[in-house]
Design a protein. Sequence first.
Length: 274
Amino acid sequence: MLLGSQLRRLREARGITREAAGYSIRASESKISRMELGRVSFKTRDVEDLLTLYGITDEAERQSLLSLAREANVAGWWHSYSDVLPNWFPTYVGLEGAATLLRAYEVQFVHGLLQTEEYARAVVRRGMKGASADDVERRVALRLERQKYLLSENAPEFHVVLDEAALRRPYGDREVMRGQLQHLIDVSERPNVRLQVMPFGFGGHSGESGAFTILSFPESDLSDVVYLEQLTSALYLDKREDVAQYEQALKELQQDSPGPDESRDLLRGLLQLS
């Protein structure tokens, strides 16, 4: 995505259309669009030809961008799990691992980065009906591997609003749910985690369209991305006007929900009732 955004910036600075750029590398306008969005792999020859078209003659600058192209084509650790993942999800895992700020709203279940192993296993079993025990365990292992980033030295800021429905809907037995609630209480104390609960008592709110995640990156060239998961696919929105609407929805959710301390008390109350 970083390379794609830089190629887009260079193309626009020269006033070159996507169609003309595509012609220069023997490709379509739509391929240039996918390249600039970071949705396809990069051929070194294509990047070299585009840099020439865009008037980039400085060797150091060319080598820097070509190095990015080589890095972009290296498979991430999560690709070893591709056999048990839907084809749209590896992209999300890569974005999640590159983000410095994650903001999310969840209504169906606890966010994957906050799930205990037992709760995650119950969620995966429900979502992968008919899957083998090995496939279920591999999906759970991927989820636990993702969580390491949240606890790492370079951990991102994670701001999440959980609808009370996600906390009351049981996945697994009573002990699994009690363990999940206690884990949320514990992880909410971490300095990089801001966890809030939207209670039933509030009524209607700005999260009416369903769950979403907003990912922000350290590179100034990269726009924020909104991730929306559907039954058979996912959407990655990066148009400024789209992102702005989801940011406003999350801002309202945060304003309307009890703060982190009050939300932690709400979790404790649910734990006592469970």
